[in-house]
Design a binder for this molecule. Structure first.
Ligand SMILES: *Cc1c(COP(=O)(O)O)cnc(C)c1O
Length: 394
């Protein structure tokens, strides 16, 4: 397929074709993986800028597999440009380090990936003098109240890890822009199949490519306007060294092809499992934005256009030991961190999380975060059912 026609096509077609092309040298219908770290210089290299990300020069400056993946992810997220980096955390820190300086103020969601809390509240705040305010961004008015004259960035995560808290992207983008601030949204839990923050008005969407986009290889992405991304690309790759390996970029490129197909199954399975869990007597609560009783279900429905993702959290009417025994009975579902993978993964998040006071009350006595995989929903539910039975929780 000729590349110039791809832009206007549907999501699945772009997942297949964007960033791919026929290899000029061999005629192969897939672009090859290029594992070289260095590229041939022109006749007179004296004018080259060694800190430039524009030309293939050295893999830390940029390479072909990175560029192909950037094209694909930018297209899926509906953004002008994209930079792909070594991990989701490299993307978050790349964004923060490039945009913020001492004296700037950042507002961020009370429920975020743990590294966001460490980076903003501890590292950038304590070591570099960046002011930070943590707010419950599920109510946009809390964001408005926290704005200061020096607010530079608002960072939200929706759905938030691990409570599945939903924040209204469009409403918060408006508040940010009325106050000359920028909005970044961690879109990892939704994936671009379900939610595209840049189209909703955010300045940046952040993805851990490690999760839904691929599941095996590590990577991260920042999607947004070229004027910012050129700066972020140069700083985070060339000067901070968070470059993704060509091999990981190539693997993630292959994974992204089936993202829409997998997301359909994740969305369907998670909704089925959430509804099942609601019927179990020993379950104390179920947090999933697709359930009508989720406190922000209406906003989730508005901004997550294809489904609500594969992650949910739930609690047991049981003690700490029962949680661990319950997991030991599972056969189809694996006890492991991470999420968005093909296989169902469950993790017990105990009572000792230092940020617990920031979570809704039902999360305070320990709970499960459950990443529902793409197995048959009946098998996942049967696996849960036999484990509930063994602990007399049915
Ligand atoms: C996993 C995760 C990250 C970090 O991604 P890595 O690829 O592990 O660095 C960031 N945000 C969210 C919401 C995540 O779940």
């Amino acid at each position: 397929m000729s590349e110039k026609n791809v832009k206007d096509l549907g999501f699945q077609t772009r997942a297949v074709h964007t960033g791919n092309g026929v290899d000029g040298e061999t005629g192969a219908i897939k672009r090859p993986i290029t594992m070289a770290n260095s590229y041939e210089l022109p006749y007179d290299p004296s004018d080259l800028n060694w800190s430039s990300a524009g030309k293939n020069l050295y893999t830390r400056n940029g390479g072909s597999n990175q560029q192909y993946l950037q094209e694909k992810v930018a297209s899926l997220e509906g953004g002008e440009d994209c930079v792909v980096l070594a991990s989701g955390v490299a993307a978050l820190s790349g964004l923060f380090f490039a945009l913020l300086k001492s004296g700037d103020h950042v507002i961020f969601s009370s429920v975020t990936y743990i590294a966001v809390y460490r980076l903003l509240n501890e590292l950038l705040n304590n070591k570099f003098g960046v002011e930070t305010t943590i707010v419950d961004t599920s109510d946009p008015e809390n964001v408005r109240k926290a704005i200061r004259p020096n607010t530079k960035l608002i960072h939200i995560e929706t759905p938030g890890n691990p409570t599945l808290t939903i924040s209204d992207i469009k409403a918060i983008a408006d508040i940010a822009h009325e106050n000359n601030a920028l909005l970044s949204v961690d879109n990892t839990f939704a994936s671009p199949y379900n939610q595209r923050p840049v189209e909703l008005g955010a300045d940046f969407s952040i993805e851990s490519l490690t999760k839904y986009i691929h599941g095996d290889a590590m990577g991260g992405a920042i999607i947004g306007k070229k004027e910012y991304l050129d700066i972020i690309r140069a700083q985070s790759q060339i000067n901070l060294g968070a470059t993704i390996s060509p091999f990981n970029a190539w693997l993630i490129m292959r994974g992204a092809v089936t993202l829409p197909l997998r997301m359909k199954q994740h969305n369907e399975n998670a909704l089925k499992v959430a509804k099942y869990l609601k019927t179990v007597k020993g379950v104390s609560f179920v947090a999933y934005p697709g359930l009508k009783d989720h406190p922000n279900h209406d906003i989730a429905k508005k901004q997550m256009t294809n489904g609500f993702g594969g992650v949910l959290s739930f609690g047991l009417k049981a003690d700490h030991d029962t949680y661990n025994r319950f997991v030991s009975h599972l056969n189809v579902i694996t006890s492991a961190v991470s999420l968005g993978h093909d296989e169902s993964l469950i993790v017990f998040l105990g009572e000792n999380d230092e940020r617990q006071y920031l979570y809704p009350e039902e999360f305070h006595n320990g709970f499960f975060r459950f990443s529902v995989g793409i197995e048959d929903a009946e098998d996942i539910i049967a696996d849960l059912e036999q484990a509930f039975k063994k602990e007399n929780l049915l």
